[in-house]
Ligand binder design. Structure first.
Ligand SMILES: [Zn+2]
Length: 98
């Protein structure tokens, strides 16, 4: 069983200031699922729907998504693995544009 301590530490890592934004949208209880329309945003090659990262009221990092189907914003707790995946995605996008 994963301890509460591990869960809490997972949400605490440094996020580049250019990817930080205010907490917005509604909380998704279903990982990659949009709470507004139920769409599974894993289908959108997951990092593509992440628009940035914010801190919740406990200082834990959350990822903010724009749903690939209904375009509503929502957020979910995140691990550093997802943040790293997001950075790789952003690098690929930047390389493609240049
Ligand atoms: Zn949606």
């Amino acid at each position: 069983m994963i301890s509460q301590e591990i869960l809490e530490n997972e949400g605490r890592f440094e996020v580049d200031v250019k990817y930080r934004m205010p907490l917005q949208g509604s909380y998704s209880t279903g990982l990659w699922y949009c709470p507004e329309c139920g769409y599974n945003n894993m289908r959108e090659h997951s990092p593509r729907t992440i628009i940035g990262f914010a801190e919740d009221q406990h200082g834990r990092n959350v990822r903010i998504h724009r749903c690939g189907k209904c375009f509503e914003l929502y957020y979910h707790h995140t691990t550093k693995d997802v943040y790293d995946m997001f950075l790789i995605y952003k690098e690929e996008v930047n390389n493609a544009e240049n």
